[in-house]
Design a protein around this ligand. Sequence first.
Ligand SMILES: [Zn+2]
Length: 211
Amino acid sequence: MSIVTIPSSVPYDSNIFLVEGERPILVDSGTGQDSGTVIRRIHEVCPEGPSMIVATHCHYDHAGGLHDLVEEFGCPVYAGWRDAPVIRHPDRRDVAALFGAAMRPVDAKDLREGDVLDSGSRRFTVLETPGHTEGSICLYDEESGTLISGDTLFLGGYGRTDFMGGSFDSMLASLVRLSKLDIRELFPGHGSTCESYTPGMMAEVLRMAGV
Ligand SMILES: [Zn+2]
């Protein structure tokens, strides 16, 4: 059982991941500008559809497609409790205007620090990692050392903090916190994934952040 990347044709879509298992978990949705392709590809990997969808944060490029996915799969949507209200009642914090778009509201439920999401193959613990947005979360499976990191941690970098609700100080604290985990596989919100992540890679990101 693994984590499958669902490819999208929209270049600025977030990465979209499907965690396989008896209860598949979809992480992030992309913008929704090409939901037809995304939905078709999810059906190919997972005919029964996901049991839940988790948004790592409220930004349009990660959450704009939630509306179409919920319509198709009828499953619940979750997000960190400080960002879920933006998904329920979109406001400027969703940054959709930067993409010349508007986000359609979705009834997202709140996730909190320590909540556990179990796909049947992996057990992810919710980590609240503010900085990129107030309610950004990461999902961490201690057993496999897998981190799904949204726009907090990238391969070779970290998320910007100059959007509404962002905070560089919070980002630093979140990165320091992540650096104490045993991360062996990284699935970030944009760019490449890494199935052989090392402490040296994390140390380099901390150095870039000035820690
Ligand atoms: Zn973002």
